[in-house]
Design a protein around this ligand. Structure first.
Ligand SMILES: [Zn+2]
Length: 258
């Protein structure tokens, strides 16, 4: 009799224990699944945020690559074989630029036009032969004015670089002027097109390459029409700190040697 009484009680206990275990097991399993699900969701959201923020960052600040800072000036000749590495985009007529900066240039021109102005790129890539022609034309102009050969060359150097020493050989520099007045003079700084470019070019990775107050460093007279692509990160820094490319390149070299 005691067994008869005891047996059902044991079954109840075992049953209850089994049911309890099942409830606990199910709860743990569901909770686990939920937390796994939540973790996956959080990870997905984090990934989404990361993609968005890196996209925004790259739009704002494009990392500087060595080719963007190639320095060509009176002391730095165009690196040998430079042109062979390039791919060009033709803007119009005989105006060509390096394809790596073309999208930014086009965007800058589009936005300037959308603001109601009429800019035009009058010069981009120049071959060494073409630069030689420009330089000699400048020299002849001063010879006609009565300068000696030496004096004419000195004067020509203020406006035109010697072949091989012009930044235009890089295909990363452009001369931009108002469509209605395509003559490169310092007076152009007063035109709406040039004012807009000076105020906005850094956002597209361009700098005013030969500023008024940097003539002693660049060795070139103030040229409000000449813009050089250096990438947005460098362009914003150079513009903000009122530097010229020579000063920025020197600063970078000092930083990397420290
Ligand atoms: Zn130029």
């Amino acid at each position: 009799m005691r067994y008869h009484r005891a047996n059902p009680a044991i079954y109840y206990i075992l049953g209850a224990a089994a049911a309890g275990f099942l409830v606990i097991y199910t709860t743990v399993a569901i909770t686990g699944k939920i937390s796994t699900f939540m973790r996956a969701r959080k990870a997905a959201e984090a990934a989404k945020t990361a993609v968005v923020s890196s996209a925004v960052e790259s739009e704002e600040e494009e990392e500087t690559e060595p080719w963007m800072l190639t320095l060509v000036n009176k002391d730095n000749k165009l690196p040998d074989g430079y042109t062979r590495k390039l791919d060009f985009v033709k803007l119009r007529g005989d105006v060509w630029v390096d394809e790596r900066m073309y999208p930014q240039l086009q965007q800058m021109m589009d936005d300037c036009r959308a603001a109601g102005y009429h800019p035009i790129v009058i010069s981009g890539y120049r071959t060494i032969a073409y630069q030689e022609k420009l330089f000699n034309t400048e020299v002849r102009k001063y010879l006609r004015e009565g300068y000696s050969q030496e004096g004419a060359v000195i004067e020509a150097e203020k406006l035109q670089a010697h072949p091989g020493y012009s930044e235009h050989h890089l295909a990363l520099a452009v001369d931009i002027l108002p469509e209605s007045n395509q003559y490169p003079t310092q007076e152009q700084e007063k035109s709406d097109e040039i004012k807009w470019l000076m105020a906005n070019c850094d956002k597209y990775g361009f700098i005013l390459r030969y500023p008024k107050d940097k003539e002693s460093v660049t060795g070139i007279f103030y040229e409000p029409w000449h813009y050089r692509y250096v990438g947005t990160k460098a362009a914003k820094y150079i513009t903000k700190h009122n530097l010229c490319l020579e000063e920025y390149v020197q600063m970078q070299a000092q930083e990397s040697s420290n």
